[in-house]
Design a protein around this ligand. Structure first.
Ligand SMILES: Nc1ncnc2c1ncn2[C@@H]1O[C@H](COP(=O)(O)OP(=O)(O)OP(=O)(O)O)[C@@H](O)[C@H]1O
Length: 316
C-alpha cells in the first residue's frame, strides 16, 4: 500500500496583505513628574528647567503583529481605546513606516478619510471629483463615478453645499462613498459606519458586500462587537499593541465582549483570565515573505574562458 502524501495547504493563496512582525513605537514628551525624576541626570534636569523640554517616553503602539489577509475576507479590528487599531490601518495604508517588520500589499490599500484629499471650501459634488482623481481615476472615470457616489452618500441637496458646512456624520458618509468609488481591492475603514444613520448603514453594508463579492479585502475598525459579528468574516483582537486573537468573527467578538463586560464590571482578574486564555489558545502566525532572488547578471568582462578553452587557444 502506498502511503498517502501529506496535504499542504497554502496559507498565502489569494493573499492580499501580508503583515510581517510589525512593531510601531512613538517617542513622545511626557509631563509625568515621576518620569522626569527617574530619567534625568542633574545636568539634563537643569537643561529641561531652562529650556522647558519634557522627557521623552516610548509608546509601543504595535508589538510583533503578523497575519495574512486574503481576497473575499472582511476583517474586523477590535480592542479597547489605544490598543493600536488605527495605527495598524495607517501602517497597512503605507502612511507610516513600522520601526521593525513590514507590510506587503497586492494593490494600493485605500484608507477612508485620509486618502481622499477633500477641500472644505468646495462643495460635496466637487469633492467627489477631486477625491476620485486623488485615488487614481482618470477625469472620465471620475465624472462617471459621480452619480453613484452621490446616491451612496445620500446627502440630498447638501451635496451642492461647501463641505465645511457638513456635520461630522455627513462628512464621514461622503468620504466612505468616495473611497469605495474606485472599487479598491483593499479597503480600510476606521469606524466609518458608526457615524451614519440607519438608512446609510444599510446602503453602506450593501456596498461592502458588493466589494467582498468582487474579491476585495475590507478591514473595519469598530468598538462594537455586534458590528464586527454582523459584517465581518474574521476578526483580530488587539490589546496594548499585541495580537490577542485572530479567528472567525463570531468567536473573537464573543470573547472580546466577555472581556469588555468583565472590565466594565470592574473584575480585573476575570478580564485577565480571558486574555490569558485567548493568548494560550492562539495559533501563532509566523509570516515570512521571501524576496524573489534575482539572477545575477555578469557583464562580459567577468566572463573568463575556461582552463580548457585557454589551453586550446595557446596551442593554436
Ligand atoms: N502619532 C502618535 N504619536 C504618539 N503616540 C501615538 C500616535 N498615534 C497613536 N499613538 C499611541 O499609540 C497607541 C495606539 O493608538 P491607536 O490610535 O492606534 O489606538 P486605537 O486602538 O485606534 O484607539 P481608539 O479606539 O481610541 O481609536 C496609543 O497609546 C496612542 O496614544
Amino acid at each position: 500500500m502506498v502511503a498517502s502524501e501529506p496535504v499542504v495547504l497554502d496559507p498565502f493563496a489569494q493573499a492580499t496583505v501580508a503583515v510581517e512582525n510589525v512593531h510601531v513605537r512613538y517617542k513622545v514628551p511626557s509631563t509625568d513628574a515621576a518620569e522626569r525624576k527617574r530619567r534625568s541626570n542633574p545636568l539634563a534636569r537643569a537643561a529641561r528647567t531652562v529650556f522647558g523640554n519634557d522627557p521623552k517616553v516610548v509608546v509601543r503602539a504595535l508589538s510583533g503583529i503578523s497575519f495574512v489577509a486574503r481576497s473575499g475576507e472582511q476583517i474586523g479590528l477590535v480592542g479597547q481605546n489605544g490598543s493600536g487599531k488605527s495605527t495598524l490601518l495607517r501602517i497597512i495604508a503605507g502612511l507610516e513606516n513600522p520601526a521593525k517588520g513590514r507590510v506587503l500589499a497586492e494593490s494600493t490599500p485605500v484608507l477612508i478619510g485620509v486618502n481622499a484629499a477633500l477641500v472644505p471650501d468646495l462643495s460635496g459634488e466637487q469633492n467627489i471629483r477631486l477625491g476620485c482623481l486623488a485615488m487614481g481615476l482618470n477625469p472620465e472615470q471620475a465624472e462617471a463615478a459621480v452619480p453613484e457616489v452621490k446616491e451612496l452618500a445620500g446627502l440630498g441637496k447638501s451635496i451642492y453645499l461647501p463641505m465645511k458646512t457638513y456635520s461630522s456624520g455627513m462628512g464621514a458618509r461622503l468620504r466612505f462613498a468616495i473611497a469605495t468609488a474606485s472599487n479598491p481591492h483593499i479597503l480600510l475603514i476606521d469606524e466609518a459606519l458608526a457615524t451614519g444613520d440607519a438608512a446609510f448603514k444599510e446602503r453602506s453594508e450593501a456596498r461592502m458586500q458588493g466589494l467582498r463579492r468582487s474579491a476585495g479585502t475590507v478591514f473595519l475598525v469598530s468598538h462594537a462587537a455586534q458590528t464586527i459579528e454582523e459584517t465581518c468574516t474574521r476578526a483580530i483582537w488587539l490589546n496594548h499593541g499585541r495580537l490577542v486573537l485572530d479567528g472567525p468573527a463570531e468567536d473573537v467578538a464573543l470573547r472580546y465582549r466577555k472581556w469588555a463586560w468583565a472590565v466594565a464590571k470592574d473584575k480585573p482578574d476575570e478580564a485577565r483570565a480571558i486574555i490569558e486564555r485567548a493568548f494560550s489558545e492562539r495559533e501563532q502566525t509566523h509570516v515570512q515573505v521571501e524576496d524573489p532572488v534575482r539572477p545575477r547578471l555578469y557583464t562580459a568582462r567577468h566572463v573568463r574562458p575556461s582552463m580548457a578553452a585557454r589551453r586550446n587557444q595557446k596551442s593554436e
